[in-house]
Design a protein around this ligand. Structure first.
Ligand code: ARG
Length: 460
């Protein structure tokens, strides 16, 4: 049968509501460039293999390029009757070339075609997401370099725990982004496998050369099994799982920025470039950007679950259920792009850390209590005993409304004779941070080494 009109087995047209229900052209037009690329590679291969003449092959390619030009000029606007992008292109080709256009689909099915298009598209998107992750890493690194010497309270259970270097905190997110990049690179390897030539499900008697099309389209390998080729959507699931972790990381970072921007924390000021006001309350400056990123993460997790559920009950090989993979991937990819760009801009020009507030925070709490215990440990007191002594001291300080740094030496020596005048220096926030020299710790020299390594990696 002809593209968009079924074989002569059919006598009646589709019910209009069913035509709308069945059609994917409304969204899969996004695959137009990939569909043209795939068809051009297929047409060239058919000519080289002698399935059609070299002249026919050249004219098919020319026709496909004409469709590309028409689309660029806004003159290719297929309607619902085309059903999907594959039929739309084939239909237009037949209009342009007449009977020759009907030869394009030789030895091919929409089943291997759609798998090819989707993989070509996703491969390109992964590369763009990688670039967007790098941009965010650079923005984080620049803030980290600016704040190599700024301290911030470190938390566990969202309770003040021990002070850390602000650069150290930001570098943690760069590490997450690096794992995200590595995961996406790994997924890309399994996206970049060519299903073309599997035809509908069983291969084809037409003497095609799958290696030619795969090579022309830049695929690294061929699917070994035609049934698997047309029914594998693992790559879409894997991508969405990797994308979900990207969004988990962005959402956690967003949550921190939202907290930091609150009056209660006051650790960052939002610039006008990335904050919004209230329609009612004139004093408000709201962190809409991180809130939206945090909120949008749910979409991507939802798509992951949707894809898994869509696939799990499907018998081999192609089933129309697969058409549902597209909107999930398209929306998932758009969400990742949007969130990564917004977060990069937020760290490039949307917020300023407030060192005076951060310094005041670390200077006025008990986050140096561990270091008092460590001080005793260094002088031979067993850790658990030191821990109990300091716990009692903190309790009394809280009752009296004083900080550890305010205690005179006789109070220290009353607690334990091992205390000396150097206790005051040892519990200064800067000293507390500097002391954490273990590999990967927040000590300033460890952080400087981290900054150096990341800078080298990102400049390479
Ligand atoms: N629009 C379809 C999809 O997105 C293309 C493949 C259709 N194949 C078929 N045998 N109906 O999956």
């Amino acid at each position: 049968g002809e593209a968009g009109g079924w074989s002569n087995r059919f006598e009646q047209g589709l019910h209009p509501a069913i035509e709308r229900f069945n059609a994917s052209i409304g969204f899969d037009i996004l695959l137009l460039q990939q569909d043209l690329d795939g068809s051009i590679a297929h047409a060239r291969m058919l000519g080289r293999c002698g399935v059609i003449s070299q002249d026919e092959s050249a004219r098919l390619i020319e026709g496909l390029e004409t469709v590309r030009q028409e689309a660029a000029a806004g003159q290719f606007r297929p309607g619902l009757e085309a059903e999907d992008v594959h039929f739309a292109v084939e239909r237009r080709l037949i209009e342009l070339l007449g009977p020759l256009g009907k030869k394009l689909h030789t030895g091919r099915s929409r089943n291997d075609q759609v798998g090819t298009d989707l993989r070509l598209w996703l491969r390109q998107q992964i590369d763009q997401i990688d670039a967007a992750l790098l941009r965010l890493e650079r923005a984080l690194l620049e803030q980290a370099e600016r704040h190599a010497d700024t301290l911030i309270p470190g938390y566990t259970h969202l309770q003040r725990a021990q002070p850390v270097c602000l650069a150290h905190h930001l570098l943690a997110y760069i590490e997450m982004a690096e794992r995200d990049r590595a995961r996406l690179a790994d997924v890309r390897g399994r996206v970049n496998i060519c299903p073309l030539g599997a035809a509908a499900l069983a291969g084809t008697p037409v003497p095609i050369d799958r290696r030619q099309t795969a090579a022309e389209l830049g695929f690294e390998a061929l699917y070994a099994n035609s049934l698997d080729a047309v029914s594998d959507r693992d790559f879409a699931v894997e991508f969405m799982a990797a994308a979900s972790l990207v969004l988990v990381h962005l959402s956690r970072l967003s949550e921190e920025v939202i907290l930091w921007a609150s009056e209660e924390f006051g650790f960052v000021a939002l610039t006008d470039r990335c904050a919004t006001g209230s329609s009612l309350m004139p004093q408000k400056k709201n962190p809409d950007v991180p809130e939206l990123v945090r909120g949008k993460s749910g979409r991507v997790f939802g798509h992951l679950m949707g894809l898994l559920t869509m696939i799990k009950g499907l018998p081999l090989a192609y089933n129309k259920d697969f058409q549902e993979d597209k909107e999930a991937l398209f929306d998932g990819v758009a969400t990742v792009h949007g969130c990564l760009e917004a977060m990069a801009i937020l760290f490039e020009e949307g917020l300023q850390f407030r060192p005076e507030r951060l310094e005041a925070a670390v200077a006025s709490d008990f986050s140096n209590a561990t270091d008092v215990a460590d001080y005793l440990v260094a002088r031979g007191v067993p850790f658990r005993e030191a821990y109990q002594l300091v716990g009692g001291l903190v309790k009394r300080c809280l009752q009296e409304g004083v900080l550890l740094r305010d205690l005179p030496l006789d109070r220290w020596q009353e607690l334990h004779p091992a205390f000396d005048a150097d206790i005051h220096a040892a519990i200064q926030p800067r000293q507390v941070v500097a002391a954490r020299r273990s590999e990967g710790g927040t000590g300033f020299d460890q952080v400087a080494a981290q900054l150096q390594r990341v800078r080298t990696r990102l400049d390479a």
